[in-house]
Design a binder for this molecule. Structure first.
Ligand code: NAG
Ligand code: NAG
Ligand code: NAG
Ligand code: NAG
Length: 285
């Protein structure tokens, strides 16, 4: 069922599971590939607890398939229906517009992100001969923090790179190289808002597309990474097909393990503010 593109990760995975993952201590977690004697058993059993802020809603054995995480407290997103197709990490920006300089509440107007396939790294995704090739729960739940903090925003930046990320995604389809992974994560899509303001997921790597609408949201865990502008992590979401008939092969997506992306206060009228973020997106058919 997994697409062929996933198999290129085989070499990357062994280095991830072979290296120790230091637990996060309120800071940025570290994936290290320097000590080969660490436990592959922990990652293979899926019994290692995730970070304090988010934990999987069930412990899954290696063959049980990846389990959509929960925020750990409060109202949870309704569970998925259908079959899990892909898990990606998205890295990009959330856009907000400011009506006036003194408004504390800016309004969300869009997002732009490059999507990298991480399906084969998911704890629980290994089966048969490859259960040990997945990440530990710790490495998995802190992957978005690491991508946000340790890799460059994969967009073309114009303007002030600290508070305003005027950006486009042209030429941004390079695979993502990251410390701790011996092979790059494959870029398989873009997430953007179309001209009508409709959230869209274009998986150019598979030919699938989800023209979406937001169904449910729930606040990110209190301990989630507040992002490089220290504004907070955007909510976890469940989105469905918007019914226009434009989707192909996908019917739902969840946004989880968010890092950064929340709005900052407006300092100028009629401006767009772009806030860097990362998230995992789980696609279902
Ligand atoms: C986001 O805002 C930037 C300006 O900061 C703009 O260049 C970009 O086109 C916007 N993208 C979306 C998807 O709204
Ligand atoms: C999720 O969203 C759907 C559609 O908007 C709504 O019918 C449902 O009640 C929501 N469920 C929860 C738990 O919020
Ligand atoms: C769904 O998205 C398409 C593409 O932007 C748009 O034309 C259509 O109006 C949307 N439908 C609904 C019900 O929002
Ligand atoms: C912001 O834009 C609106 C509509 O385009 C305009 O009426 C208003 O004067 C602008 N405000 C400022 C401070 O530029």
């Amino acid at each position: 069922m997994l697409p062929q593109t996933l198999f290129v990760f085989a070499t990357a995975l062994s280095s991830v599971t072979a290296g120790p993952v230091r637990r996060r201590c309120g800071g940025t977690p570290v994936i290290s590939s320097s000590s080969p004697e660490s436990s592959t058993t922990a990652s293979a059993t899926g019994s290692v607890s995730a970070s304090a802020s988010a934990s999987p809603s069930a412990t899954a054995g290696p063959a049980a398939g990846p389990t959509l995480p929960s925020t750990g407290s409060g109202t949870q997103l309704p569970g998925p229906s259908g079959q899990l197709q892909h898990i990606v990490v998205g890295h990009g920006i959330q856009n907000y517009t400011c009506a006036k300089a003194d408004s504390t509440a800016s309004s969300a107007t869009g997002a732009l992100a490059v999507l990298y396939d991480i399906t084969a790294l998911a704890p629980g995704s290994g089966s048969g001969s490859s259960p040990a090739q997945t990440m530990s729960e710790d490495a998995w739940s802190s992957l978005t923090d690491n991508v946000l903090r340790k890799t460059d925003l994969p967009l073309n930046i114009v303007g002030n790179a600290l508070t305003k990320y005027a950006a486009d995604a042209s030429g941004s389809d390079a695979d993502l190289t990251m410390d701790g992974l011996s092979a790059p994560l494959k870029a398989i899509g873009h997430h953007f808002f179309d001209a009508a303001g409709v959230p869209t997921f274009d998986l150019f790597g598979t030919g699938e597309r989800l023209v979406a609408k937001k169904l449910n949201d729930t606040a990110a865990p209190a301990g989630a990474d507040k992002g490089i502008l220290d504004t907070g992590a955007v909510a976890w979401l469940r989105l469905g097909d918007n019914g226009s008939g434009a989707s192909k092969g996908l019917s739902q997506v969840y946004r989880v393990y968010t890092s950064g992306g929340a709005s900052i206060a407006c300092s100028e009228a009629n401006t767009t503010i772009s806030v860097p973020y990362t998230a995992q997106y789980w696609f279902y058919a």
